[in-house]
Design a protein around this ligand. Structure first.
Ligand code: PBG
Ligand code: ZN
Length: 330
């Protein structure tokens, strides 16, 4: 699998991510975007102040103004309003999935924008878990990795440049790569693995935003134990051996030691860090309450992420950071 490398550099932004020495902060940033099934949707998200759920009719305006400030890449999440959620998360690969509808529109409107799709089932399953269950109620490893691979393929066919599985099902990178190879698309789509994703308390606001909270139990049997350095390295090594193009640590601020470990262990893969919803909300509210100045503290956090070894920074603060960097230029 690792013999196929074109996927890692088929797009100019992927090439810039492979070149740590000259990679700028602007080019490192990825902005997460919530796409609602309701085409005219433009609504604020209470637990994520400043972020919005957008329908496909509202996306272009928001994204084009960010591109004029230097935005290079978005990470797309779908939010369902009327599609039915079932036990298999079938809606994720449906033509009516808002992400699948948005991809061709975004590709046409913004030919240089790198389109990354989060691949998971939790926003599409009736139970809100990231995989598929067996009849006796545990994660079904084979069905889960195959379901994830089918969703990744659907995004690839709709025009995603990068698919980013966040589900944490075992061996889904290989399942995705095998399917892309079967479809002769192996060179056109990079796989950004959420390789060291921990079972964190910091995802709460996101689950409200994407309406993807589990209806029972928790994600501790598939997301990594927060204190396990060993499992973070093992999971990442496994994903590397299955052909992942880009690696990730998530959340960010509480896991910078893991970023450094993974950069040291796998120095030849671009490494992303996800400053997640709870981190965003925490910094936002603290700044609102005059605990500190938002710009200064956000730049300190992203600087620390770079120092720890991250090449790519996924953050809800991307619009502000782009504006702040523009001011510095003036
Ligand atoms: C879906 C997914 C989640 C996040 C990204 N993809 C939620 C989760 O795993 O529960 C979290 C992002 C954030 O908190 O900003 N699996
Ligand atoms: Zn999920």
């Amino acid at each position: 699998m690792a013999d196929f490398l074109h996927s890692s550099y088929h797009h100019p932004i992927l090439r810039s991510w492979s070149n740590s020495a000259t990679l700028s902060l602007v080019d490192s940033l990825v902005y997460p975007v919530f796409i609602s099934e309701n085409n005219d949707c433009d609504e604020s998200i209470d637990p994520l102040p400043g972020q919005r759920r957008l329908g496909i009719n509202k996306l272009k305006g928001v994204i084009s103004s960010l591109i004029s400030k230097g935005l290079k890449s978005v990470l797309l999440f779908g939010v369902l309003t009327s599609l039915e959620k079932d036990e298999q998360g079938s809606a994720a690969s449906s033509d009516d999935n808002p992400v699948i509808k948005a991809l061709p529109i975004l590709r046409e409107a913004f030919p240089n924008l790198l389109l990354i799709c989060d691949v998971c089932l939790c926003a599409y399953t009736s139970h809100g878990h990231c995989g598929v269950f067996t009849s006796d109620g545990v994660i079904d490893p084979k069905e889960s990795m195959q379901a994830i691979a089918r969703v990744a393929l659907a995004y690839a066919k709709a025009g995603a440049h990068v698919v980013a599985p966040s589900d944490m099902m075992d061996c889904r990178i290989k399942a995705i790569k095998d399917l892309l190879q079967d479809e002769n698309m192996i060179n056109r789509v990079a796989v950004m693995s959420y390789s060291a994703k921990f079972a964190s308390s910091f995802y709460g606001p996101f689950r409200a935003a994407a309406q993807s909270a589990p209806s029972f139990g928790d994600r501790k049997a598939y997301q990594l134990p927060p204190m396990s350095r060993g499992l973070a390295i093992r999971a990442t090594g496994r994903d590397v051996s299955e052909g992942a193009d880009i690696l990730m640590v998530k959340p960010g601020m509480a896991y910078l030691d893991i970023v450094r470990d993974i950069k040291n262990a796998f120095p030849h893969h671009p490494l992303a860090i996800y400053q997640v919803s709870g981190e965003y909300a925490m910094l936002y509210h603290a700044a609102q309450n005059s605990v500190f100045d938002l710009q200064t503290v956000v730049m300190e956090t992203v600087g620390g992420m770079k120092r720890a070894g991250a090449d790519i920074i996924i953050t809800y603060f991307t619009p502000q950071i782009l504006s702040w960097l523009e001011e510095v230029k003036d």
